[in-house]
Design a protein around this ligand. Structure first.
Ligand code: NAP
Length: 366
């Protein structure tokens, strides 16, 4: 199956999960442009899908049933939220190459996912631009040569704002991201810095580097996607115009690195790169993620669950922007965070965190 990077079948069959979303649509654009890629399955949550002649198409329901029927070489998981978990585990368990955009599944179920990958023996290729960049900078290096990882954050639309100012921001303000065009949940996560918190935990699971050696730095133009510091003093960075089609294409055509329509970076008119430390007090969700990750067990799962509930409540107009972080913090203080021995226990930890977060937010979001 698709787990072997030397796989020589003329056509790679891709299951695009989350086909109606921002990543899913860009993935289909990449598939259409590449003669050796073919969509074999498409899935969405509730929106109608243009089937485009693809045989296996599913709206809602059990994604693993779709995958069983479609037998893809690559699963592109671009579902948003914890709902992406069964597909992540399905691919990893079977050694089917997983191109993972759905960071929430790895954050919530990191240990279970890595154990499944160990059993399945397949490839886990990150689609998140920062993690794709880290993957590329790290490729072929032995772990002991790595000093630390650096994730860049755009800082979102509210970079430089005070808490007083954030108390008044609206849904529309939060949804206007300066550098990336993305689905609503991740756009709000970028505004609160929860996205970078999720990415921090994602990086820990993907690359096995401890939290104290993963740094987050604000870089407003999103030209540098990530950096790796090595023990000899060298730093490798991954640069490019911010366009998700690059990491999507990299994951779908790995290890080939196919051409994309994205213009290479032009430095002829000059290019300044600015970095600054994140404001952890104004945007507490980044530090809360680090703490949840360090505590381990099901704390990352609870962080993700509470954040999903709080973001949904914010998008529905039930809670103000600053309440998102408070809901997550109060939920994390209330859960026991005990490790999950299996998927059933993990799903229960997720459900419990959601119940607590809904109560804390003062809303029932379903
Ligand atoms: N957008 C980016 O630039 C970007 C960058 C890095 C990482 N990511 C990650 O990629 C994932 C997708 O982000 P996005 O921005 O593409 O989100 P999006 O535009 O909101 O799309 C989400 C997709 O997931 C589908 N979906 C939701 N619940 C589902 C379910 N229960 N079963 C099957 N499909 C379901 C949606 O279907 P409906 O249309 O029916 O709701 C939609 O196709 C997220 O985990 C995000 O963090 C995104």
């Amino acid at each position: 199956m698709g787990s072997d990077p030397t796989y020589t079948s003329p056509v790679k069959r891709i299951a695009v999960l989350g086909a109606t979303g921002s990543i899913g649509r860009q993935a289909l654009e990449i598939v259409d442009a590449h003669p050796d890629l073919e969509a074999c399955a498409l899935a969405s949550g509730s929106n109608e899908i243009d089937s485009r002649g693809v045989e296996h198409v599913q709206v809602g329901g059990d994604l693993t049933a779709l995958l069983e029927k479609a037998e893809p070489d690559v699963v592109l998981n671009a579902v948003v939220g914890f709902a992406g978990l069964p597909a992540t585990l399905w691919a990893l368990e079977r050694g089917v190459t997983l191109a993972l955009a759905n960071k929430e599944s790895l954050v919530a179920a990191g240990e279970l996912a890595l154990a499944a990958q160990e059993r399945g023996g397949g490839l886990l290729l990150p689609v998140d631009s920062e993690h794709s960049a880290l993957f590329q900078c790290l490729e072929g290096r032995s772990p002991e040569t790595v000093h630390s990882l650096v994730l860049t954050a755009s800082g979102g639309p509210f970079r430089g704002r005070s808490r007083e100012e954030l108390a008044r921001v609206t849904r529309a303000d939060a949804l206007s991201h300066p550098t990336w065009r993305m689905g609503p949940k991740i756009t709000v996560d970028s505004a609160t810095l929860a996205n970078k918190g999720l990415e921090l935990i994602e990086a820990r699971f993907l690359f096995g580097v401890p939290y104290e050696r993963i740094e987050v730095v604000v870089h407003p133009t999103s030209v540098v996607h990530a950096l790796v510091r090595f023990r000899d003093g060298a730093v490798l960075a991954h640069l490019g115009n911010p366009d998700m089609r690059v990491p999507i294409s990299y994951a779908l055509t790995y290890p080939e690195r196919a051409a994309t329509p994205v213009e290479p970076l032009d430095m002829s008119q000059g290019l300044s790169l600015e970095f600054e430390p994140p404001d952890l007090e104004t945007f507490p969700l980044l530090a809360l993620a680090r703490r949840a990750g360090e505590k381990g067990g099901t704390y990352p799962c609870a962080y993700n669950a509470a954040n999903e509930v709080a973001v949904q409540a914010f998008l529905a107009g039930h809670v103000p922007f600053l309440r998102i972080a408070e809901v997550v913090e109060e939920t994390l203080a209330a859960v026991d965070g005990a490790p999950a021995r299996d998927l059933e226990e993990l799903v229960e930890a997720d459900a419990e965190a959601r119940r607590l977060a809904e109560r804390t937010a003062g809303v029932l979001v379903t």
